[in-house]
Design a protein around this ligand. Structure first.
Ligand code: ZN
Length: 147
């Protein structure tokens, strides 16, 4: 199995069995993300503890395989991270997806499975939607749209 197959399997797995696919009970932060181009619509919920560490994070919604798999992978990657660490990871993923700079993907684990969408500009919005949404939830919440 080569790396491309492995990455595809990760995306298929997380699309079929999304992790943390549920609503958090309040109190929690919440934001909604829309990608009208594809029809992806995500709700992201998170709860910070007293040290600004992400105690729990989850999502709900519907969308294409890339958007759901990306959100599932994201929730796994963010639990236990501080707000600052989450923002740093957001920047790193954004760099990886847009190829705007030499992205260091050595330290992002399974999230590297999304690197392949870089070659498909319309899919980049699908993969980054959950990240923009969690960014908004960490900030003050609300609705974010890719368009
Ligand atoms: Zn999509």
């Amino acid at each position: 199995m080569d790396l491309a197959d492995l990455y595809r399997d990760v995306i298929i797995d997380h699309n079929r069995n999304p992790r943390n696919f549920r609503r958090l009970s309040p109190p929690c932060r919440h934001a909604e993300g829309l990608n009208p181009l594809c029809g992806d619509k995500l709700q992201v919920y998170l709860r910070l503890d007293d040290d600004d560490r992400i105690e729990d994070v989850s999502f709900e919604g519907s969308g294409c395989a890339i958007s759901v798999a990306s959100a599932s992978l994201m929730t796994e990657a963010l639990r236990g991270r501080t707000k600052a660490e989450a923002e740093a990871l957001f920047q790193r993923i954004h760099a990886m997806l847009t190829g705007s700079e030499q992205a260091d993907i050595s330290a992002i684990g399974k999230l590297a499975a999304l690197a392949g969408v870089r070659a498909y500009p319309t899919r980049v919005k699908c993969a980054s939607l959950c990240w923009h949404t969690v960014h908004s939830a960490l900030d003050e919440g609300g609705i974010v749209s890719t368009e």
